[in-house]
Design a protein around this ligand. Structure first.
Ligand code: 1GP
Length: 244
């Protein structure tokens, strides 16, 4: 079964959790260890990507190390078409919808499309929407970030993604954001679209994860949490909150 199909099936039974690993933040062997722990704790997929510092080499080596130690799907979460890995099971084929530059909205995608097909990676299309503060990804993507009090704007972008035929929407506050995407914004988007809603950025504890889930996220993403050495207890609590 393909990755999207399998995750969609799982989503019918409840909210999913995905662990984001940035290949630039640790050695591949460490990434493999993180993935092993996260998958034992019940994470549903490992996303691999980062805004800066991703190279062909660290991407390939990180994905290989992850696949050697866990059996959950590995989804590449690219920042551009520069690096592309044949070892990934799927790729978020995404458009940063609220970027000011056509590079992030459509041009990188054009550069990557034929490569994705040639490598046989499953594309999962996704409308990527950056919410304030947006952090590094908002900066490098030249995003016109959605103000935190403008849920209607987020909903309008999300519905645009659905009408354009995209298979999912990702509301992103930015990795390491002091606050996650506001609950009323998640709720407004959930009520507007019928495709899966992924939410990430600034989710560091179980309480926050529960709020994001209860507001209507189909997938809760955490990244920074696994970057600190002793993360397993915290991640276990987060995954439990997402899945209870
Ligand atoms: C970033 O949404 C993800 O793309 C994860 O964010 O690192 O803040 O968990 P954090």
């Amino acid at each position: 079964m393909k990755v999207r199909e399998a995750l969609t099936e799982k989503m019918k039974r409840g909210t999913l959790h995905m662990t984001l690993i940035d290949p630039a933040k640790q050695e591949p062997v460490k990434a493999g260890e993180i993935a092993e722990v996260a998958s034992k704790l019940g994470t549903d997929a490992i996303m691999v990507g980062g805004s800066t510092g991703v190279t062909q080499e660290n991407l390939d080596d990180t994905i290989k190390a992850i696949k050697a130690r866990s059996s959950v799907p590995v989804i590449y979460f690219p920042s551009c078409a520069k690096a592309m890995s044949p070892y990934a099971d799927a790729i978020y084929f995404m458009s940063m919808m609220n970027s000011r530059t056509v590079q992030m909205v459509m041009r990188e995608q054009m550069k990557g499309a034929l490569v994705v097909r040639k490598l046989g990676i499953e594309p999962i299309s996704m409308g990527y929407i950056i919410v304030a503060p947006g952090m590094k990804v908002g900066e490098v993507g030249e995003a016109e970030v959605i103000p935190r009090d403008d849920a209607k704007l987020a909903a309008a972008y999300a519905l645009t993604a659905e009408y354009l035929g995209m298979q999912s929407v990702y509301l992103e506050a930015g990795s390491g954001a002091p606050q996650p995407v506001p609950e009323d914004m998640i709720r407004a988007v959930r009520e507007t679209i019928t495709i899966p809603l992924i939410v990430g950025g600034g989710i560091r504890d179980a309480e926050t994860a529960a709020k994001v889930k209860n507001a209507g996220a189909d997938v809760v993403v955490t990244g920074t949490v696994v970057e600190n050495g002793r993360f397993s207890k915290r991640l276990e609590e987060i995954i439990r909150a997402v899945k209870c």
